[in-house]
Design a protein around this ligand. Structure first.
Ligand code: PHE
Length: 363
């Protein structure tokens, strides 16, 4: 056997043991470069065949090519087993138990019925050209009572009705103080609505210590009670349906004169007071009317507090109204207990998911 063929056999034995000894893909690659790469000894031998004596050319070429083929097979086999081992190790480390049950899909959230109702009401007035204003919930007695023409002994001032921080600082009992704040900030004309939280010491099925109001204020030259009536009629139709009527009943508020309570014709019985089967309507208690808010013409005494901002009681008139958002939502949806709005029971809130109220372009 020629020396060269022996050499080839020795290379094959070394290479086979190097391949077998490779523990990683990187070590295997080193062995491949060393024994089968461009600069490998076997390569040099195969390239030098042309220079060998004629009788050696055949055996050396044959042995060289056989060795190369064999080493390529060994490399491929070792590569496959190293890759499998690597994969198994990864699987062992990153174990994922696909037999565990997945977490249930989380449903989308939805607006609270109070937020939706507030936005629906806002949209109606924004559509009539009103702007939305806000004011502080922690308020001065001056804005909550004094500037709204409450007499010094008005019962709402009592600590039994109202939450006080100090003698002159309280949690506002209504959104009306923002009327004064808005007028201090801007001269007439003003057309604003004021949504917000208000607080009273009250708690039962129809009263919660915190609830939401929406105040309205319109001031300009020549505003009349008829404007108030027309505005509230439009509002009532938008919220309670096209066929609605409104009626104004005389009432008293310290800051409006005259003052009224506003009723909307009952949207359950259509104002008749009884249902199709002849039974008395339980929503309007057979009267055909449902009270929805308080309102009135701004009292000239109120303007006198903001005279310096351009409100001369001799030249401007205005109307104001205030409604409870919970009350509107509860009338519309027949919710039996106001406290349900605050318990955050998803069985209750889930019923309002397709409430159908526009978001006013906001989310
Ligand atoms: N602020 C009054 C209340 O809370 C409602 C109201 C507002 C009445 C504006 C007249 C005008 O009862």
């Amino acid at each position: 056997m020629s020396e060269t063929v022996e050499k080839i056999q020795a290379i094959e034995a070394n290479a086979a043991s190097a391949i077998g000894a490779a523990e990683t893909l990187a070590e295997l690659e080193d062995a491949r470069v060393r024994y089968l790469g461009r600069k490998a000894e076997l390569n040099d031998i195969l390239k030098s065949i042309a220079t060998l004596p004629a009788e050696e050319k055949g055996p050396v070429g044959k042995a060289g090519n056989q060795t190369r083929g064999k080493l390529e097979q060994l490399l491929a086999a070792r590569q496959e087993s190293l890759e499998t081992a690597e994969l198994n190790q990864l699987l062992e480390q990153d174990r994922l138990d696909i037999s565990l049950p997945g977490s249930p899909a989380i449903g989308g959230g939805s607006l609270h019925p109070i937020s939706r109702t507030r936005r629906e009401i806002e949209d109606v007035f924004i559509g009539m050209g009103y702007q939305v204003a806000e004011g502080p919930e922690v308020e001065k007695v001056h804005y909550n009572f004094d500037a709204l023409n409450h007499s010094p002994n008005h019962p709402a001032r009592e600590w039994t009705d109202t939450f006080y921080f100090q003698d002159d600082v309280l949690l506002r009992t209504h959104t009306s103080p923002v009327q004064i704040r808005v007028m201090e900030q801007q001269p007439p004309p003003v057309f604003v609505i004021v949504p917000g939280k208000v607080y009273r010491r009250d708690s039962d099925a129809t009263h919660t210590p915190m609830f939401h109001q929406i105040e309205g204020l319109a001031v300009d030259e020549g505003i009349t009670l008829t404007d108030l009536r027309g505005t509230l009629l439009e509002f009532s139709k938008a919220i309670f349906g096209d066929q609605r009527e409104v009626r104004l009943r005389p009432h008293f508020f310290p800051f409006t004169e005259p003052s009224v309570e506003v009723d909307v014709s009952c949207f359950k019985c259509g104002g008749k007071g009884f249902l199709k089967d002849g039974a008395r309507c339980n929503l309007c208690k057979g009267t055909g009317w449902i009270e929805i808010l308080g309102a009135g013409m701004v009292d000239p005494n109120v303007f006198s507090y903001v005279r310096e901002s351009g409100y001369d009681p001799e030249t401007v008139q205005g109307f104001a109204f205030g409604m409870g958002v919970e009350r509107i939502a509860f009338l519309k949806h027949g919710i039996p207990d106001l406290r349900l709005f605050y318990e955050n029971d998803l069985r209750m809130l889930g019923q309002f998911e397709s409430f159908g109220i526009s978001s006013g372009g906001r989310v």
